[in-house]
Structures are given as C-alpha cells and as structure tokens.
Design a protein around this ligand. Structure first.
Ligand code: F3S
Length: 283
C-alpha cells in the first residue's frame, strides 16, 4: 500500500514567492495590504487572506482611489503604465512579479527601444500577456496558433522578436517557431516557456501510469489543473478531480493499493497534505 505524491504538486516557485510575500506583508507591512488582482486562482486561499485583512484591487479605477498601505503585484506582473501609477500613489509597493516573467518584460522593453516588433505566443486576455504587452513601446501582437501568426501582416525588412507566455504549451510554441522561422522578415526567438508546467505534467503522467488511482487537486476553473486531469485520465482510468477533501469519495480507495496525488499550480500545500493524510488512513 503506497501513496506517490508528485514532488512538483502545488505552487510553482513564482506563485509560492508571491504568496509568501503576502504573508510577510500581513505581518510586517503598512496596512491595509492590497493585491492587484487575486494573488492566485484559489478561492480558499483568497478567502483566508481576506479574513486576515488582505483586499483585492479589481480595476484601475479602484487603484486610483488608494493612497495608503501596501500594494503587492502578483506573479503575473503588470504593464509598465500600471506599475508607474502604483509608484506615484505614495504606497509601499511590493513587486512579486515572477523573475521569469520579469525577464520577458525586459525583452519587451528592449524590443520596443530598438524599433522592433514584439510577438507573444499566448492568450491576449491573460493578465501575464497583457502585462508583457505593456512593457514595449513598439508594435506588439499576441498569437495563439501558427495560423494566427501567418495572418499577421508584417512588412518585409522589419525585425520581429518572438517570446512566449510562461505557461504556453511547449509543443504549440515549437509549431509557431517553425512558421516564424519561415517568414520573410528578420526574426529572433526567445523561448520563455517556463519549465514548471512541463515538469508537473511529465511527473503526473509518469505517476498515473503506475498507480491504481490518481487524485488531481485544483480549482475547477484552473486550466493547468484541467490539463493535469486530462493527462492523468489518459494513463489511469480511476482519476479523480477534486477541489478540496470534501469532493473526494474515499470508499473506493479501500480496494486500491497504489494511489498517486498531484495538484495544480494554485493549490496550497495544506490542501494537498490534508488529502494525502485522509487517503493514507483509507489505504
Ligand atoms: Fe514563474 Fe514559471 Fe510559476 S514563470 S510563476 S515559476 S509557472
């Protein structure tokens, strides 16, 4: 009887760093403490932080009304214009943008300064992509497929730089790079897909193929958790997608001898531990 818990389950480095920063500011920071957007896509965590006094700023209009306390920028980052606005408010500004995202901001800034075009492989509605777009002064596009890239009308002779949203699908990015390399404008590619997502998926796949049942923990609307569930279901027929322990029917677990557990990037360790403990008791 064995439980195999994925080492990569739960918060990635950047998300953990941002959540830790919120905890630090609750203890030592100037009050009230605000986050610009929910710090992660997990209702339990956001509600718990709200109970500790953390408020979420949901729009630029709300931001304009704030003149005291601490504002934390989450791991996705924000456009330069928003950051400048925050700096002018006289608050204690804490930048918890993931360093890997910061690196893309820097590429975006340089691309604009050189008069080149920035192309981001990513979802244009995602806050990370909107943040990246806001760090270049030049022309910028976000594309989600090779077809969308082909439809861009970029004049010959212009230089274009291609980067990726950190959570973009690696294989899809390679397809886009292939088309990008075939275009007639001068081009430069920086692969900015973060390994955290890839490692989590690879490990989940490996575990799912050697267990009797697999538990995937994460928000129903979290796309990276849905993807994990999909990957695990392909390898293990008894795959369970749960948000918290209450969603898990433990009865069938008596008949399993090996159970795997993984979790999406917004799942706190406390929930993973709680589920692991209860499964352990049942086995
Ligand atoms: Fe950073 Fe990669 Fe996580 S970019 S926020 S460590 S998915």
């Amino acid at each position: 009887m064995e439980i195999i818990k994925a080492k990569s389950a739960g918060f990635c480095f950047g998300v953990k760093r941002a959540v830790d920063e919120v905890q630090k500011q609750i203890r030592d920071g100037r009050k009230p403490v605000y986050t610009y957007g929910p710090i992660i896509h997990n209702e339990q965590v956001v509600n718990k932080l709200a109970a500790q006094g953390v408020r979420v700023i949901r729009s630029e209009e709300e931001l304009d009304q704030i003149h005291e306390g601490t504002i934390i920028i989450r791991s996705h980052g924000v456009p330069e214009r928003i950051q400048k606005k925050m700096e002018s408010l006289g608050v204690n500004l804490v930048d918890a943008t993931c360093p890997f995202v910061k690196k893309i901001h820097e590429i975006a800034r340089r691309t604009g300064e050189n008069g080149d075009i920035l192309i981001i492989a990513g979802n244009p509605n995602h806050p990370e992509v909107q943040g990246i777009m806001g760090w270049t002064k030049g022309e910028v596009y976000a594309v989600e497929s090779p077809e969308e890239l082909q439809n861009l009308k970029i004049p010959e002779g212009r230089k274009a730089v291609l980067v990726a949203q950190t959570t973009f699908d690696k294989v899809k990015f390679e397809d886009i790079v292939e088309i990008f390399a075939r275009t007639r404008y001068s081009s430069y590619v920086v692969n900015t897909v973060c390994n955290a997502t890839d490692e989590r998926q690879t490990e989940a796949r490996e575990i799912a193929q050697k267990v009797d049942a697999m538990v995937v923990i994460g928000g129903r609307h979290s796309s990276n958790t849905q993807k994990l569930y999909h990957i695990c279901s392909e390898k293990c027929a008894n795959t369970y997608f749960i948000e918290t322990l209450v969603d898990l029917d433990l009865k069938p677990f008596q008949s399993y001898s090996r159970v795997g557990i993984t979790a999406g990037a917004s799942t706190p360790n406390s929930i993973i531990e709680e589920v692991t403990e209860h499964v352990r008791i049942k086995l």
